[in-house]
Design a protein around this ligand. Sequence first.
Ligand code: FAD
Length: 423
Amino acid sequence: MGVKRVAVIGAGAAGLSAARHLVADPARFSCTVFEQTGAVGGTWVYTDQVGTDEFGLPVHSSMYKSLRTNLPKEVMGFPDFPIPEQERSYLPAKDILQFLNDYADHFHVRERVRFYHHVKSVTPKDGGGWTIVTLDLRSKQLQSEEFDAVMVCNGHYHKPFMPALPGVDTFQGQSLHSHDYRTPEAFQGRNVVVIGAGPSGMDLCLEVARGGAASVVLSHHWPEPIKTQFPDNVRQAPDVARMSEREAHFTDGTSAPCDMLFYCTGYLYSFPFLSEECRVRVVDNHVQPLYKHLVHIDYPTLALVGLPFYVCANSLFDLQARFFLRTLTGEVTLPSRQDMLADTEREMEARRARGMKRRQAHMMGPMQGDYYSELAALGNLEPLPAVLTRLHNESSKRFLEDLVNYREDVYKILDNDNYIKAN
Ligand code: FAD
């Protein structure tokens, strides 16, 4: 086998991890990372900008100024590059960004990154391989290059999902999606309705309530009210049934004054640069046709890295990258197309049996440990320690129980299976 030319799209945590393993094996791979911004770190790069950037591209990062991680640093490292010991477990975003920069330098990845290169299209070539067209945002030059394999690492927290609320056209107040949220000033004195109680909705509900909002209603479709102590100016409500000029009306018949509608409704998978010929379909946020949420079943030299959510992200990226590279070298043989399709269908059936919706096709949470073990076994790879999953689950539980204080918890990992709460 000659040296395989591999393109990585994006220099966030997933792209860095992919590149780290490519760079480590120069006898078998060459590595080119295309990054449209001037920095590594992806969504961890805070910017005051919203809307479009200086090149007219949609601002990628969804980071807000005050963010502290919602997972302890003990589960946020890479398997071969943990986050260094320190007093706290839940770190500010700037520390994670510094960590990703340290990772890029430690593994000599930065030199492989072509900054300010926006990938415009990825197209399969007849007979195998890929053509990638990039735009150098500074020189405005278009360039077409050929690669043997492509690892798509463009993230999935940048294209906002906005549900259509009945009556929203008549609403006279302001609307904002969490993607464009940076600081709480605009919420002072406002009657806010936060839609969605995922990690961002919960966190931002707390932030704007503490930041001087007059009232905050957290509207969500959890079956029960969330059992955590919110500040006094917060109440919970079920879904919005309709909006009127200055009010939100909920499905339980109650209403609330509203002059700020805050969509914390999540994001959509989006791969605008994948040409039609790539045959990647996103149906109700289910990306297909993929084997193990990663490898394109019809084009196995194309991988979409990092799609699963509610995971130990950096460890997952590392595991997926290692698995995919083994399929490229031939150390791992993928099943036949029919068997990969059947395997995917079996998994989706199992998810349906658990009551999961299609839009949760890539959600891991309690299933993450099984996914990691399976990928490691199939790839004959070092498995991820079980303690990661255990601590992730513990942190998610604490987040729901005690939103205000859970970030003061401090953890220490003892071994592959055990951790202690150290405070
Ligand atoms: P990204 O970080 O989004 O990086 C994608 C990169 O691709 C970007 O640099 C982008 O510029 C580039 N790119 C995109 N399109 C193109 C193109 N066409 N051409 C060239 N380059 C392109 N995870 C945790 O584990 N703990 C947390 O506490 C946590 N908090 C979060 C808080 C917020 C507000 C958000 C939005 C996410 C959070 N996450 C958290 C999840 C986080 O997104 C992942 O952990 C991870 O950093 C995602 O990495 P990524 O590389 O997949 O994507």
